[in-house]
Design a protein around this ligand. Structure first.
Ligand SMILES: [Zn+2]
Length: 152
């Protein structure tokens, strides 16, 4: 029998598997996750000393102090999802780095009882030839957007 966690993971991964878009890069060079439905809260994921740091940023990409917010993280594969230990820090959350190629699913809540907002990305460490960055923080889309702006 499939566990509840497996089913949740399947639901989260299959429904969004095709929503592959450009990677948004934050002010600290990290991967931006959407932690709200209206762009007012973001998470920026950076990799430091073998851990992922998830900083909270507001609509202007300014740091948000961490207080009542909570974060649940699931990782692994659809066949074998695993809960990831989340540590709360003054500026966000940290989780241990996961295996290359793992999918990470984040459930963010403004407060413990708040509605969860789900974000996800695959920790794809393959190098992108075009921007010479790992795919999970590929800067091509950002560069493209910047180039467009310059032309105007
Ligand atoms: Zn790239």
């Amino acid at each position: 029998m499939k566990s509840k966690l497996t089913l949740l993971f399947l639901a989260l991964t299959t429904s969004f598997a095709l929503a592959h878009g450009g990677v948004e890069i934050g002010p600290n060079g990290g991967r931006i996750l959407e932690f709200s439905k209206n762009e007012t809260m973001h998470g920026e994921v950076t990799l430091k000393e073998g851990k992922f740091q998830i900083a909270l940023l507001d609509k202007d990409m300014k740091a948000v102090p961490v207080a009542a917010q909570t974060l649940n993280v699931t990782s692994g594969t659809a066949a074998k999802p695993e809960k990831v230990a989340v540590e709360k820090t003054a500026t966000g959350f940290t989780i241990p780095a996961v295996k290359e190629g793992s999918l990470l699913v984040f459930q963010f809540r403004e407060t413990e009882k708040g509605k969860p907002v789900t974000a996800r990305f695959t920790y794809d460490t393959a190098n992108c030839d075009k921007c010479d960055s790992p795919e999970w923080i590929c800067k091509c889309e950002m560069n493209k957007a910047a180039a467009k702006k310059e032309k105007k």
